[in-house]
Design a protein around this ligand. Structure first.
Ligand code: NAD
Ligand code: ZN
Length: 341
């Protein structure tokens, strides 16, 4: 099959012919229709320090996808050939304490599709039956192909009660924007999103997020005053991975505020812990999606009318993958979805 492979320990990905993955008794082989590019794939392309110590070479990468079942393993009972599906990209052990308690997202032995094992930038991807998620007919392929990052947004946003709350989202990347949309739909009062990239700020404005703030030019305290906020934010969703954004968020939270942190910041950055303590903030780290409650909610949000299609700014054929990665690397894109047909 054709696949995008990290075949050399250097910058780039290469289109190659590789064997179709072998289907174990509990596995499902999926013919990929659409695959989206994640920031993680950009790290792998760039071959940065994280990628060098994490990614086996050679390996097919990618983990955001939608497709149809091409083959099922001998022990698979729930699915049949032809079903349209996406899949959870975190493969959990099923044996640790959290897995046994039904908290798979807290598994200590999680393996990532396209990170620790072959991924979805190929004509086929193979995952365990337990990770398959059937996609209802009324959800388009391209939307199901971005369920992995949408799930990050939903998991983060739904971490805390949002009804009537004032919410600050730092970072208007695809995940921050989707998180802000989910917060609004979940009953938040004011939703403020910040970024420093004009392209991302424009995208957030086009998607109708209440208050879009250019953190490189505007002072968040002034914005809060202008929109009638007298105390502070009740809930923060950290989606930038930028230390200055996180520090500013801590500074602008009300006492007792709650922060869900998805953004991956550089190692060793500092925050003012005294503010966390004396404001009695509640900080929660987020990794991946809850299995499978987040998937249930995602499907419900989309079926309930949440339109994610404007978040996809580039729709390309797989052979144009270089353009897709270029768009992602420039930061001047939302989601990039690649078509395998
Ligand atoms: P992204 O890089 O596209 O978006 C981050 C945005 O933050 C960018 O638009 C950037 O301009 C903005 N930003 C940078 N400095 C800022 C500042 N000072 N103030 C406000 N905004 C600023 O990333 P994404 O794909 O939307 O993902 C969001 C974050 O979540 C990233 O850090 C990513 O690594 C992380 N992530 C974590 C998980 C997880 O499971 N924990 C999963 C996926 C992504
Ligand atoms: Zn486990």
């Amino acid at each position: 099959m054709k696949a995008l492979v990290k075949s050399k320990p250097e910058v780039g990905l290469w289109m190659e012919n590789v064997p179709v993955p072998e289907v174990g008794p509990n596995d499902v082989l999926i013919r990929v229709r659409k695959s989206a590019i994640c920031g993680t794939d950009v790290h792998i392309w760039n071959w940065d320090q994280w990628a060098q110590k994490t990614i086996p070479v050679p390996m097919v990468v990618g983990h955001e996808f939608c497709g149809e079942i091409a083959e099922v393993g001998s022990a698979v009972t729930r699915y049949h050939v032809g079903e349209r599906v996406s899949g959870e990209g975190h493969i959990v052990c099923g044996k640790c304490r959290n897995c046994r308690a039904g908290r798979g997202h807290l598994c200590r032995n999680t393996l990532g599709v396209g990170v620790n094992r072959p991924g979805s930038f190929g004509e086929f991807v193979c995952i365990p039956e337990a990770n398959v998620v059937p996609i209802p007919d009324d959800i388009p392929d391209e939307i199901a192909a971005i369920f992995d990052p949408f799930g990050n947004a939903v998991h983060t946003a739904l971490s805390f009660d949002l009804v009537g709350e004032d919410v600050l989202v730092t970072g208007a990347g695809p995940i921050g924007i989707m998180g802000a949309l989910v917060a609004k739909r979940s009953g938040a009062r004011k939703v403020v999103i910040t970024d420093i990239n004009p392209h991302r700020l424009d995208l957030a404005r086009r998607l109708g997020i209440d208050h879009v703030v250019d953190a490189s030019k505007e002072n968040l305290a002034d914005v809060m005053k202008a929109i009638g906020m007298t105390e502070g934010f009740d809930v923060g969703l950290e989606m930038s991975g930028a230390a200055p954004a996180f520090r500013d968020m801590i500074d602008k939270m009300n006492n007792g505020g709650k922060i869900a942190i998805l953004g991956i910041a550089p190692a060793g950055f500092e925050i003012d812990w005294n503010k966390v303590i004396f404001k009695m903030l509640n900080l929660k780290g987020i990794y991946g999606r809850e299995m499978f409650e987040t998937w249930y909610k995602m499907i419900a949000f989309v079926q309930g009318g949440l339109d994610l299609s404007p978040v996809i700014t580039h729709r390309i054929k797989i052979d144009e993958f270089r353009d897709g990665f270029e768009a992602m690397r420039s930061g001047n894109s939302g989601k990039v979805v690649m078509d395998w047909n």
